[in-house]
Design a binder for this molecule. Structure first.
Ligand code: ZN
Ligand code: ZN
Length: 309
């Protein structure tokens, strides 16, 4: 808790000029959360009124988006708390945890859609094509506005990912828009369950990919952006390092990577030399996207319990 009062000393103030008290990113997330939540509700109700499974599928998708935005909004506030005695790593793992919950919601949701939709392929039900068209226009406008807004400040990888997602969502709505026009003129209501299944597959594939990525984090796999063999090679290329063992790399949240290693030094070194060697180690590891480093130095011939490569 004491970190909360101290965080001003460690925090970069350069991005805080836009608002006196509220973090601008948090403010954007808050707006995005309530817009998405509102739109999700409109879709669920609209889907029931128009009797369209395609609209209901999109509602499930947007429920997932709402949850994702809501949890990053929540985490944005939480992350400022920093480390506590109970959570010595801070709250970074809460991010993959919320991604895990979201994947579970979306996977369940996509099965639910398929379950509801498949019978309609064989027995199409009448839908209100005009109502669908209205919702689709609203969907295209909302997603399009969000894309245009993000386009102005496209500086981080994360924002680009969000924009690509929004563009995919907009494409989905354009498909619903075209489908509803065709249904209006032809009465081919089988288009509705076909669109719905398309959306369900899209939800499933994305949720499955996210789940797989999140599980590798919880299973403490070597992070994707770290080549552990190259890390070892580069550490061994440091003049004073003779050998190494017990190398572990894992990630807190997919971005913040941690490494521990035992380094055997070439000969008995003076304690006063260690900071210089450690600096070299840190320089090497910085190039490998590793932010948190713990090194144990050993002397040649030392018996180490963990000496298994
Ligand atoms: Zn989306
Ligand atoms: Zn050791």
């Amino acid at each position: 808790m004491e970190h909360h009062h101290h965080h001003d000393h460690e925090h970069d103030h350069s991005h805080e000029h836009a608002g006196p008290h509220v973090h601008p990113v948090t403010q954007n997330l808050k707006v995005a959360f309530f817009l998405n939540l509102g739109f999700t509700l409109v879709e669920f109700i609209g889907g029931l009124i128009t009797n369209s499974v395609a609209i209901l599928s999109d509602a499930v998708h947007d429920l997932g988006d709402t949850f994702a935005i809501g949890s990053s909004w929540f985490l944005e506030n939480y992350a400022q708390k920093g480390r506590t005695t109970k959570y010595s790593f801070g709250y970074k793992r809460f991010s993959p945890l919320s991604a895990l919950i979201n994947s579970a919601i979306l996977l369940t949701g996509s099965f639910f859609i398929v379950f509801e939709t498949v019978p309609r392929l064989f027995q199409p039900e009448p839908v209100n094509a005009q109502g669908m068209l209205l919702l689709a226009v609203l969907g295209v406008v909302m997603n399009g506005a969000a894309v245009l807004r993000l386009r102005k400040s496209q500086d981080s990888v994360n924002q680009r990912t969000v924009m690509l997602h929004l563009m995919e969502d907009a494409l989905g709505w354009i498909a619903v828009l075209i489908g509803s026009i065709v249904m209006y003129f032809t009465g081919w209501t089988v288009i509705d369950p076909i669109l719905s299944l398309g959306i369900a597959v899209y939800i499933f594939v994305n949720a499955f990919k996210n789940l797989r990525a999140v599980l590798t984090i919880f299973l403490q796999a070597t992070p994707k952006d770290v080549d552990i063999e190259k890390v070892k090679e580069d550490l061994l290329s440091i003049e004073e390092v003779q050998d190494l063992h017990d190398t572990h790399v894992w990630t807190m949240d997919g971005q913040y990577n941690i490494l521990t290693v035992h380094l055997v030094l070439t000969q008995n070194r003076a304690l006063s030399e260690l900071p210089v060697i450690r600096d070299r180690v840190h320089q090497v590891l910085k190039q490998h996207h590793i932010q948190h480093i713990t090194v144990q130095f050993e002397v040649p011939g030392e018996m180490c319990e963990l000496e298994k490569h």
